[in-house]
Write a protein that binds this ligand. Structure first.
Ligand code: SDX
Length: 378
């Protein structure tokens, strides 16, 4: 048998063949099904992009309307799920609440008809439709309020923003939020997508696939970084403190949140678009002094770490956009999950099309032939 070199973090090792998305990390290019992210951000909607990723092609007008209609009418969550969520501690992190709720959804749809296109479509619609409702419900319930019912007359993103505080959002805000979802929906073999594919490869149900991916997304090295970026900006507090903060990170070898990427060695193309969106929001709704700190951070990190290819990633500016929308910081990663669920489902479907269970090997570096020591002799 061929002996392979062990690569920590599986760096550079292909885990699947996929036609869903493509990244060129040197040129800063990201494509979904061959279409550049910049074009989708300008012309598409989140649900249309989700359809593209999952079914491989842009939908016709009828197909899109049909998909939007189905998602719209599956937004409500079962009262048992809502009541279960009411028992979650208010101090719990919304990502943990989401992971538990997504897994609980599987209790209601335990049939695993994985070769039936109708089952796949039904699961896709149900997950994309209900994940935002679950995030918003936990947000209201942890404040002691009842969740609000989804509004069938509102589009996907407007409805989510409405469900967060029972106010119809400004149309510019809703459109910018929708673009953020487009930017966060998919990104090749990132950690949570890998997790989704590993779980999918056992032929379990899609609710378990999504629950395992949500758990993986939450960590600060992955999607959880967007929340930590805002905490970091709060801690820095002023433009003058940026340089000493970065020097301290470098001296103590701690990571600067929202910077660096396994694949990108230039500024993440999604960060460029998000920065522009943040500026649009500041223009209409007022400036955020954190933006000055963020820009200074970008300058200083480029000066110190640019030669190593460390630049802002997607999580650096997304927090500033969500903050300007008045969204609580600990909902930033659940919102990333609202978007990414469609990417995970595209990979779930693709994995099932040519499935083989993931079962890598390891390099054993432990002992052999050790004799058992009785407890009174240890
Ligand atoms: C996402 O994979 C995806 O596609 C993910 C994602 C998606 O859409 O799914 O793009 C979303 O997860 C974005 C990343 C969010 N995380 C962060 O912002 C946390 C901070 N970033 C780093 O921890 C790091 O850059 C990672 C986790 C993103 C990437 O880790 P790698 O590829 O394992 O890189 P590494 O930790 O081995 O670092 C390589 C070198 C080291 O220096 P040397 O030891 O070689 O001298 O770069 C340095 C690191 O110290 N480095 C950093 C740094 N990131 C890398 N130094 C300071 N601050 C950083 N942020």
């Amino acid at each position: 048998m061929m002996v392979c070199e062990y690569k920590p973090g599986l760096e550079g090792i292909p885990a699947a063949q996929s036609s869903i998305s493509y990244v060129d990390g040197q040129k800063g290019i990201l494509e979904y099904r061959g279409i550049r992210i910049e074009e989708l951000a300008e012309k598409s909607t989140f649900l249309e992009t989700a359809y593209l990723l999952i079914w491989g092609e842009l939908p016709s007008k009828e197909e899109l309307e049909g998909f939007e209609h189905e998602v719209r009418y599956h937004r409500r969550i079962k009262y048992r799920i809502r009541d279960m969520m009411k028992c979650f501690p208010e101090s719990g992190h919304p990502m943990d609440a989401l992971q538990a709720s997504a897994a609980a959804l599987g209790l209601f749809y335990s049939l695993r008809d994985l070769h039936n296109p109708a089952y796949i479509r039904d699961s896709v619609v149900r997950l994309i439709a209900t994940i935002p409702t679950m995030v918003a419900a936990f947000q209201l319930m942890r404040k002691g309020n009842d969740p609000v019912r989804p509004r069938d007359d509102l589009d996907y993103s407007s409805n989510f923003l409405y469900m967060l505080d029972e106010k119809e959002p400004d149309p510019l805000m809703a459109r910018i939020f929708d673009i953020c979802l487009i930017l966060q929906v998919e990104h090749t073999m990132n950690a949570s997508t890998f997790s989704a594919r590993v779980t999918a490869s056992t032929l379990t149900d899609p609710y378990a696939v999504v629950a395992s991916a949500v758990g993986t997304l939450g960590g600060p090295l992955h999607g959880g970084a967007n929340e930590e970026v805002i905490q970091m900006l709060e801690k820095i507090g002023s433009v003058e403190n940026v340089r000493p903060y970065i020097d301290h990170c470098l001296e103590t070898k701690s990571k600067i949140m929202g910077f660096g990427h396994r694949v990108y060695k230039v500024k993440d193309p999604r960060a460029i678009i998000l920065q522009g969106l943040a500026e649009q929001l500041f223009e209409k709704f007022g400036y955020d002094k954190f933006y000055d700190i963020a820009q200074e951070m970008e300058r200083v990190v480029e000066e110190k770490l640019g030669s190593k290819g460390i630049y802002p990633n997607i999580d650096f500016y997304s927090g500033l956009v969500y903050r300007k929308m008045g969204i609580p910081t600990d909902l930033f990663t659940p919102i990333f999950a609202i978007a990414r669920v469609a990417g995970w489902l595209a990979h779930w479907k693709e994995q099932l099309e040519e499935n083989r269970i993931f079962r890598p090997t390891q390099v054993y570096n432990g002992l052999h032939e050790v004799t058992y020591t009785p407890i009174d002799q240890r």
